[in-house]
Design a protein. Structure first.
Length: 305
């Protein structure tokens, strides 16, 4: 975005208040719904320590939703004062880093599913490293995008250039890790369906035919595609420059970023990850239970999943 710095201003258009309000509402609804699912899972009468810990992976997802809300609120403020610097910085940072938080939940969910199904041998990456590798890449991209967005608000062209380069690098790191994740998750699903473990077979339709580990895997894959597409668009946006076509037209922010992230939240919320881990544990224990090793390397007792 090094082009056009001499005429730099926060926005190349007048931010739409109506669009920002609409997305504040929809993100607030889906974030509140996901938070309720989390609360309901924690209050489940059959939840045990192991099940409770598994539900915690939804927290980054909820925080990501809060970031989307905060970013849109900042855009409402910007629509009233286009030249205000602070709202611009807030919306830039929050809307950039939110998908990284969604990604954290997606990465950890895959690790939990693989551990639950006792199918570590069918994972392309060793299970003890799987979650750590992807979360490391996610945290790195998160920090880089957040830092870059903050520098982009500076008036000094030197800092703006540094900021844009950091953001682009962070986005490409995220693109790279997501591309590998899609391959790893897709290959795992293919292998486990072709040669399912005993655990994969007995839980194939638990808790229902529309909400089970197979559906969750498909959902993780779909959400990954949506986030990957968003990251590619964002990378192109920053490569084009500050006066580029994408950043100069607000419609792209809503259609190829916020809308894709909203669909991501809807898809994952429909599967109710928290409820899944709580419900599958007790049902598996009723069928005898089995020993597992958690995706993070912790030994788990004979408590089903």
């Amino acid at each position: 975005m090094a082009n056009g710095f001499e005429n730099w201003r926060p926005y190349m258009y007048t931010p739409s208040m109506a669009a920002a309000i609409i997305f504040v509402v929809v993100f607030a609804i889906i974030t509140a719904f996901t938070s309720f699912q989390f609360y309901k899972a924690l209050r489940h009468p059959e939840i045990e320590k192991l099940d409770r810990r598994r539900t915690l992976i939804i927290i980054p997802f909820i925080v990501g939703g809060a970031c989307e809300i905060g970013g849109c609120v900042a855009r409402i403020v910007s629509s009233k004062d286009e030249g205000a610097k602070n709202p611009f910085i807030v919306q830039s940072v929050l809307l950039l880093v939110a998908p990284a938080l969604f990604a954290a939940t997606i990465y950890m969910t895959l690790g939990r599913i693989i551990a639950m199904l006792k199918s570590a041998r069918q994972s392309l990456i060793p299970l003890r490293f799987l979650t750590k590798i992807f979360v490391f890449g996610d945290v790195l991209s998160f920090l880089m995008q957040g830092t870059g967005a903050g520098l982009m608000a500076a008036k000094d062209t030197k800092f703006i250039t540094i900021g844009e380069n950091i953001i682009i690098t962070g986005l490409f790191i995220q693109i790279g890790f997501f591309s590998v994740f899609i391959i790893v998750s897709g290959l795992f699903q293919y292998r486990v369906l072709k040669n399912p473990s005993h655990e994969a077979q007995i839980t194939r339709y638990i808790p229902s035919t529309k909400r089970n580990w197979q559906c969750i895997m498909i959902t993780l894959f779909a959400c990954s595609i949506l986030i990957l597409l968003r990251c590619i668009v964002r990378a192109i946006e920053y490569i084009q420059g500050w006066d580029g076509y994408i950043i100069s037209h607000e419609v792209f922010l809503y259609t190829l970023d916020l809308m894709l992230m909203f669909f991501t939240m809807v898809l994952l919320s429909f599967q109710d990850i928290c409820g899944y881990f709580v419900k599958v544990g007790p049902q598996s224990r009723s069928q005898g239970g089995f020993l597992t090793r958690d995706s993070d390397g912790y030994d788990e007792a004979k408590v089903g999943f």
